[in-house]
Design a protein around this ligand. Structure first.
Ligand code: 5GP
Length: 193
């Protein structure tokens, strides 16, 4: 998605440890117009998949999921990272290794919000090694839900999460794929149609 690539070039910052900061438009301060365009693009890509629910992970995925849900007219549900007391019973849980913090954490999702009747589009801001996505896929599997698509705003193509998911047959759409980034700010995007 040209608009997103241009914005990453303009406002993205490369940080040590292969971290790309996009917090002035995507995951801290939010450019709502850009997010709306992103939602429209996901609708264009996944609009025929019969999506009836969008699943993401807190916190960065929520805004992207909500803006996309406006285009699909479906509910959003997000996996929680904070350890919460299992007050009204049943939750799905899965363990995730955090890329940005280097720690393992648990995600939870109330069972009442995901089930076999759901055709799920999973969305997130970044895809790197795919650990967060694995947690969300695991939750969908536990729920018996069908994953009809995976959409991410930025895939780091030099890490293997995206390739593994494609090899497994998932319909994965990454709106911008960064194939190389250097500490001096150099960014190389994979050409897309
Ligand atoms: P993965 O689990 O695929 O290794 O990493 C994806 C998760 O880590 C995303 O949910 C995202 O929040 C975070 N992440 C991974 N790489 C980056 C990055 O370069 N910049 C930012 N801001 N977040 C990242």
């Amino acid at each position: 998605m040209k608009l997103l690539e241009e914005r990453i070039r303009k406002d993205g910052q490369v940080r040590p440890g292969n971290v790309l900061k996009v917090d002035c438009f995507l995951n801290h301060q939010l450019d709502v117009e850009l997010l709306d365009e992103i939602g429209a693009e996901f609708k264009r890509i996944f609009g025929k998949e019969g999506v009836n629910k969008i699943l993401t992970i807190e916190a960065s995925g929520i805004a992207i999921a909500c803006m996309t849900a406006r285009h699909f007219d479906v509910p959003v549900v997000f996996a929680k990272k904070a350890k919460s007391k299992n007050i009204d019973g049943d939750v799905f849980t899965s363990k995730v290794q955090s890329y940005t913090y280097g720690k393992e954490y648990e995600i939870t999702l109330a069972k009442k919000f995901l089930g076999p009747e759901d055709r799920v589009l999973i969305l997130d801001d970044f895809l790197a090694n795919g650990k967060a996505m694995r947690g969300l896929l695991d939750v969908c599997k536990q729920a018996g839900a069908t994953v009809v698509g995976i959409g991410v705003c930025i895939e780091k193509g030099f890490q293997n999460g995206g390739q593994e998911l494609r090899d497994e047959g998932y319909k994965l759409a990454s709106l911008a794929i960064v194939d190389r980034m250097e500490d001096d700010g150099t960014l190389v995007f994979r050409p897309q149609e």
